[in-house]
Design a protein around this ligand. Structure first.
Ligand code: ADP
Ligand code: MG
Ligand code: MG
Length: 893
């Protein structure tokens, strides 16, 4: 079996399409080689080799090492050097590379092949003593941390002490002679910690490094990253071994990383950082804060131009924004990596739109480029400019750093990731403040509102990870001096303690003390254009769940084409109404109930008037009262408490006793399966009657003002033909009565929610009366699984962990079971009414995979919270494009 693929000298055995086999890094190095872009030669050991190694008890599979040595031989020839050679030593890097990029997860070893002899050869050949020992001390540090498991700190503390002793601030200022001595110290550290000397034999170094890369797939931080990002554990990693090029060879050398466009905004502008006289890890790890790319432009204008040309070429080749790594060795440029660049949600949309305008990709490719959930991040809050101005004027700015990821955040300061996770779990909003971050901090970053680091550049670990997570982030805030020991940071002449409130502005890089108000952001032009393309491609309608005129306006602004669910009971809780609602519930007979219900009528009418006006020209689905009545009464225990306090006043006692008796009588063993939904409408027809009257009176009154109304009255929780028939007839009678009284014609529909499995099964019979369906997938999921929505948290985490469930079925529609009922319901309903309007109004309406399902089963629309509307619009467009790409056409739509 072929386990090794070489690249170099303008030719490669691999290419982009071999991503699964060669990993992202390996396949793109091969692709760039084939494109004629300058890449140092090397070879890649496949993920298949990893799989064999992993299955075979961590032994290299037969033939792997021979193939690797053969490839190494070719590499030696290509480079004109030899591995371990005492005159012309070849040094290599050993790099991990999974199928998808896992930044900083798997470790890389640079300068491998150095030992006490080859370091002298390197110094002699380059006539640069300092350089050679700089490489060796780096190699010992990296090899020891990746392969021998000795923490980097064990070495770096000696380097830091050395710099202090020499009175210099940066690594390049440390002279070669000192680095030579430092290397001796490093070797002593290794000997002391491992009991054996630092391995001198290059082939042994190589073999151990390859094993370590293989093994690092199962390192805790890698496992954690895979868990968060849903990456299968069996993909494994490839290993790429390539000739070193040296960015630390002096002032005409250096290393950098860059994005072909600005990953924060998507602006079509090269966005890069460069460090002269350094090796790659320095930029990525944020060891030194790098200079702006203009520094390279100044120092080496020709190299800068060449870099821009290559960046442009790569972008056009891959038809997407690229994230590149490069090194300049004594005035020669080399590319070391390219991949599709991680970007903020805002940039994702901007880049997709721009690439269409630049005729690089077409609209449907652009639509497929943006993960729908990313759009949710565009509604990231930002610091309120007015409130911030006040804060700035009051001298509340603590410091500034580089704005690395947009959005604003407010939270309590924490200094370590574990603590961040802990506090976030207890419901606190936190901001993680660190000197820099590393993969160990990922869970803590996830738990935080925002991240501040005092070191590092805009392409440092913290920046890249935060952009991907949609978290506000500031890096390289040199003014923020973190004292982890004392758990404080000093900035702007103040000491900020752990737990203190700060605000950060990820758009400007400012850190402020105390809270600055957050406001939701506005949609930009690119987002509007992008979403208008989505609208052109989708056939599925998108509506909103909205209970107030305010929500309805917001929904419309986000692009809702109607309201799929107005929950009337939400109106019952307003302080001026709850007393009347209670009076209605307490009524001892129908006459008394009528009196109370009448008092509620004007309130309900007023709410509907507002919603109808906001949704002029669009349909509005209103659900009649659904929850059990006890939800509107005070808790029994609270009443009891009050009762025991009140012994004097006779009147009060009597009132309370009656209330307590009522609460007791309404108590149910299982309220979710109790007296609720249409069951209420059947036993208390006057309640539904009042609601229908309020809806229709509101409709008539706004219609007479010229507003176009389309009320859709929805009966909840129907499960039998009888329930549907009776509630339909009651509703129809009241509605037609109002129309006759007012003399206005308003088209209206009466339909039902399908949320009891039985309703789905007899949908053909239900559709004889119901004029539309809306799948209430929250209740339908609850009743199909038999999981109480309120109690599922007790066992769900275990179920997810054991793989019994792949997702929480209350947020991602269970297509296999619940989805089957939906399919059956639609199919049977349309047997009776071929043009039956069908929607969904559960939480699933804003989940991309669920929206895709809704498209495939031929729903008319999905309905979700106003905030999720853009996600649903894009998901619906992607669903149609995918269905078309699979050659099926849009099912049923
Ligand atoms: P990561 O996945 O953490 O970015 P990489 O394998 O890309 O790790 O390597 C870390 C750093 O070392 C990068 O800056 C990379 O450009 C640099 N690097 C890797 N291989 C070489 C090489 N052969 N010569 C010079 N620099 C290298
Ligand atoms: Mg890299
Ligand atoms: Mg329901």
């Amino acid at each position: 079996m072929k386990f090794v693929y070489s690249f170099g000298g303008g030719k490669a055995e691999g290419s982009s399409v071999m991503r699964n086999l060669l990993g992202g890094k390996g396949c793109e190095l091969a692709e760039m080689t084939n494109l004629g872009i300058p890449v140092p030669p090397g070879f890649t050991i496949t993920t298949q080799a990893w799989a064999h190694y992993n299955r075979g008890g961590r032994r290299f599979p037969e033939g792997l090492w021979d193939q690797a040595l053969e490839a190494l031989g070719r590499l030696e020839k290509a480079a004109g050097l030899a591995f371990g050679d005492p005159q012309r030593p070849l040094l290599v890097s050993v790099r991990s590379g999974a199928r998808v990029s896992m930044p900083g997860m798997m470790e890389t070893v640079l300068n491998l092949g150095l030992n006490d002899r080859t370091v002298e050869a390197l110094a002699a050949r380059t006539k640069n003593e300092r350089f050679a020992w700089d490489c060796y001390r780096r190699f010992i540090t990296m090899f020891s941390s990746v392969v021998l498991g000795i923490r980097r700190d064990a070495f770096e503390e000696h380097l830091t002490a050395l710099k202090t002793r020499l009175g210099v601030a940066t690594d390049p200022e440390v002279p070669g002679e000192e680095l030579r001595k430092l290397t001796e110290v490093y070797k002593d550290v290794v000997a002391a910690r491992t009991g054996s000397p630092f391995p001198q034999e290059p082939q042994e170094q190589l073999e151990r490094a390859v094993r370590a890369v293989f093994d690092s797939w199962y390192a805790n931080k890698a496992t954690e990253y895979r868990r968060i990002h849903d990456i299968p554990a069996d993909w494994g990693t490839a290993v790429t071994i390539m000739a070193m090029v040296y960015g630390n060879l002096g002032e005409t050398s250096g290393t950098g990383v860059g994005f072909t466009r600005d990953p924060r905004t998507g602006e079509a502008q090269f966005y890069a950082e460069f460090l002269a006289n350094a090796q790659g890890e320095d930029v990525v790890a944020g060891i030194r804060t790098p200079e702006h790319i203009d520094d390279l432009k100044r120092r080496m204008p020709a190299i800068y131009e060449e870099l821009l040309t290559i960046a442009d070429r790569l972008e056009r080749h891959y038809k997407d924004m690229q994230d590149i790594e490069f090194t300049v060795q004594a005035g020669t440029l080399y590319l070391l990596q390219t991949r599709s660049g991680k970007r903020s949600a805002r940039a994702a949309v901007r880049v997709a739109v721009d690439l269409v305008h630049e005729a690089v990709i077409d609209q449907h490719t652009a639509l497929l480029r943006v993960p729908p959930r990313e759009l949710g991040k565009l509604f990231l809050p930002v610091l309120d400019p007015a409130d911030k101005e006040i804060a700035v004027a009051a001298g509340r700015i603590l410091g500034r750093g580089l704005p690395a990821a947009p959005g604003g955040a407010v939270g309590h300061v924490v200094f370590d990731a574990d603590h961040a996770v802990e506090l976030a779990r207890s419901g606190q909003k936190v901001i993680l403040v660190r000197p820099e971050t590393s993969p160990e901090d990922v869970a803590g970053m996830y738990a935080s509102e925002g991240i501040v680091t005092s070191r590092g550049g805009r392409t440092s670990h913290a920046a890249v990870v935060a952009v991907g997570m949609g978290k506000s982030c500031i890096v390289g805030a040199n003014d923020v001096v973190v004292d982890e020991e004392r758990r404080v940071f000093m900035a702007g002449g103040r000491t900020v303690r752990e737990g203190d409130l700060i605000s950060i502005d990820g758009d400007t890089g400012e850190v402020l003390v105390d809270e600055v108000r957050l406001i939701p952001p506005m949609l930009t032009d690119e987002i509007r254009v992008f979403l208008s393309w989505a609208d052109n491609y989708r056939s599925l309608g998108v509506r909103a769940n909205a209970d107030t005129p305010e929500d309805a306006r917001k929904a419309r602004e986000f692009g809702a084409e109607g309201i799929g669910l107005v929950r009337t009971e939400h109106m019952f809780f307003a302080p001026d109404r709850i007393a009347i609602v209670r009076e209605m519930i307490m009524a001892s007979d129908t006459a008394a109930r009528h009196v109370a219900v009448k008092k509620l009528l004007p309130f309900q009418r007023e709410d509907f008037v507002g919603i109808f006006r906001a949704m002029d020209g669009l349909p509005v689905t209103i659900r009649l009262l659904d929850p059990p009545l006890h939800e509107f009464l005070p808790k029994y225990t609270d009443l009891l408490e009050e009762y025991t306090r009140l012994d004097a006043q006779h009147m009060e006692r009597e009132r309370l006793e009656a209330l307590m008796a009522k609460v007791r009588s309404l108590q149910e063993a299982n309220p979710m399966l109790g007296h609720r939904g249409c069951r209420l409408g059947i036993t208390f027809p006057e309640i539904y009657g009042m609601q229908v009257r309020a809806i229709m009176e509101a409709a008539c009154s706004v219609a007479s003002e010229g507003v176009q109304v389309e009320p859709e009255i929805m009966i909840p929780l129907t499960g039998t033909v009888g329930e549907m028939r009776i509630t339909y007839e009651q509703t129809k009678k009241v509605a037609d009565g109002v129309l006759a009284e007012s003399g206005v014609t308003v088209p209206y529909l009466i339909g039902t929610m399908i949320e009891v499995p039985r309703a789905a099964l007899i949908a053909d019979a239900i559709a004889r009366d119901a004029e539309f369906f809306s799948f209430g997938t929250n209740d339908l999921t609850q009743l199909t699984f038999g999981y109480s929505r309120d109690d599922v948290a007790k066992f769900l985490p275990d179920y997810l962990q054991k793989g019994i469930l792949q997702h929480d079925p209350f947020s991602v529609l269970d297509q296999e079971g619940v989805g089957e009922l939906v399919r059956i319901g639609i199919e049977r309903g349309r047997r009776t009414r071929p043009d039956l309007k069908v929607g969904i109004c559960g939480e699933h309406g804003g989940d991309p995979a669920s929206v895709d399902f809704c498209h495939r089963v031929g729903m008319t629309y999905v309905s979700c919270s106003p905030f999720m509307i853009p996600i649903a619009r894009l998901s619906a467009a992607q669903a149609r494009i995918r269905a078309r790409n699979m050659g099926e056409g849009a099912a049923g739509a």
